[in-house]
Design a protein around this ligand. Structure first.
Ligand code: NG6
Ligand code: CA
Length: 493
């Protein structure tokens, strides 16, 4: 019997945020309990330290730096990065007889040229392999704050059509009809620290403007219950067919607004509380699988798109309230960055009755899920992808995994790891407006680290091992991933 597959993908959850990865001040009991029946990977990578590229890499098996357009998308992004012809995880699984759904955050664009929010929406997840989709289009801090179910906005009333606008307030044609950060501060439950000052939805400033769709607009506090209920209904609807569920949770991405059942359940303020809420959602899914008696026939993978961040634009005191808790564990950097904290993410493969509890040091990338699951199901992959078959590593039979892996940062600089060596090419920062607490790793000098001896990347060895740095730089260049045309390279700094 083919096992069901669930990928539970958190948003901005760090390597150090789960108690099974060493967190002491947050207890993620449901995730820990899954880890009791599986493998905790301590050298697993996302393909990017930001969202859209990471999700692209995981779903297509192709590195996101192969395409310069793959960046953080706005909520009304009209261009689908995944073509209808391209192979994806759900497409591959369909050939093996699976029923697939994505439930949660999408952030990979919708529509062909434009998005008809009030009619049939083209190029949704259903056009890239999913049989069912229940998503919000961008991020929880970007409008439109609505769900799209398959091809239509969910709960949209005909007499209350939606208009979405991204741009300056002066150009917004309906600016006087909506609550904005500037004009209606009394409506705010939480203030912004940077950005997030366009319109107000549910007491939080968001990126972008929308009008209409009053009944369709979601509340942050209800997202988890909604997604869990949709997931249960999808599992039920799969009947005897094996299913693939990509459960893309929104936590702990900003704005961190938990349901009142979770407010105050941790000592860490909103960031801790939404992680507790995420863990609860995982627990609900597992209970349902148990109730249906299919837990032992379901592989559950838990991971995150990119590393964590404290202040990502809202004044929720995440840094002040974190105490001794370290969201990135021992790693330097975080979301957006070039360092390990941006891309070394939690990755657990749980399969009750099939896997022994263990910690694996195998080097794997989320991009490998496509080829590995294809191997498991005997599907031939004809397409050229970056995905490598790491099935033995995923099932605990190989503790080495990859010899080489690549990942990018928010600046689309590509980094290379070969065995213990990590090479970060020089680059200019494009983040001058972002608070100092983030460590992006952008500097006018190449960096080389031996991660086996220097886990927090403090000691740049580029001058000690120039030959290794050169070889790695040439490797990136030969793949077309080294931006030698940047000012820094031309001026030879
Ligand atoms: C940034 C947002 C940040 C977050 C990020 C995307 C501002 C100032 N910052 O532009 O809050 O939304 O985009 O995060 O608006 S991600 O996890 O989807 O990549
Ligand atoms: Ca993210």
């Amino acid at each position: 019997m083919k096992p069901n597959i669930i990928i539970i993908y958190a948003d901005d959850l760090g390597y150090g945020d789960l108690s099974c990865y060493g967190a002491e001040d947050i207890k993620t009991i449901n995730i820990d309990s899954l880890a009791e029946d599986g493998i905790i990977f301590n050298q697993a990578y996302s393909t990017s330290s930001v969202c859209t590229p990471a999700r692209y890499g995981m779903l297509t098996g192709v590195y996101p730096f192969s395409n310069n357009k793959i960046r953080i998308l706005p909520g009304n992004a009209q261009q689908c990065l995944i073509s209808k012809e391209q192979i994806t995880l759900p497409k591959m699984l369909k050939t093996a007889g699976y029923n697939s759904a994505v439930i949660g955050k999408w952030h990979l664009g919708l529509g062909d040229g434009s998005i008809d929010w009030n009619g049939y929406i083209e190029h949704t997840p259903n056009d890239v392999g999913f049989d069912f989709s229940f998503i919000f289009p961008g991020t929880n801090d970007r409008v439109p704050s609505i769900f799209v179910k398959d091809h239509h906005v969910y709960n949209l009333e005909q007499d209350d059509p939606i208009t979405v606008y991204y741009g300056k307030a002066e150009g917004c044609p309906f600016i006087n009809e909506i609550d904005t950060y500037k004009n209606n501060p009394e409506k705010l439950k939480i203030r912004s620290t940077h950005g997030h000052s366009d319109m107000i939805v549910n007491g939080a400033g968001r990126i972008g403007y929308m009008k209409g769709g009053k009944k369709a607009i979601w509340k942050d506090e209800e997202l988890t219950d909604t997604f869990v209920n949709q997931a249960k209904a999808f599992i039920e609807s799969s009947g005897d067919k094996p299913f693939f569920l990509y459960f893309a949770a929104h936590q702990p991405h900003v704005p961190r607004i938990a349901n009142k059942r979770f407010v105050g359940t941790t000592e860490l303020g909103p960031r801790g509380d939404v992680i507790a809420e995420f863990d609860y959602g995982v627990g609900e899914l597992v209970s349902y699988l148990k109730e249906k008696d299919i837990l032992e026939n379901t592989i559950i993978i838990i991971s995150s798109d990119n590393g964590p961040v404290f202040d990502d634009g809202y004044n929720d005191h995440a840094l002040e309230l974190t105490g001794k808790h370290k969201p990135t564990g021992p790693f330097r950097g975080g979301k957006y960055s070039k360092y390990e904290g941006g891309v070394r993410i939690p990755f657990i493969v749980s399969w009750k009755g099939h896997l022994q509890k263990s910690v694996s040091p195998a080097i794997i990338s989320q991009v490998d899920l496509l080829a590995s699951l294809a191997k498991m199901l005997n599907v031939d992959l004809e397409e050229k992808v970056d995905s490598q078959n790491m099935l033995d590593a995923l099932l605990g039979k190989d503790s080495i995994g990859r010899r080489e892996v690549m990942f990018e940062n928010n600046n689309k600089t590509t980094m290379l790891r070969q065995d213990q060596w990590i090479f970060l090419p020089r680059s200019k920062s494009i983040h001058s407006d972002i608070p100092m607490q983030r460590d992006f790793g952008d500097m006018p000098k190449d960096q080389l680290f031996n991660i086996n001896f220097d886990i927090s990347q403090q000691d740049n060895l580029v001058d000690n091992y120039p030959e290794i740095a050169k070889k790695m730089s040439q490797r990136l260049e030969s793949l077309g991933y080294l931006d030698t045309k940047s000012d820094l390279y031309e001026s030879g700094k």
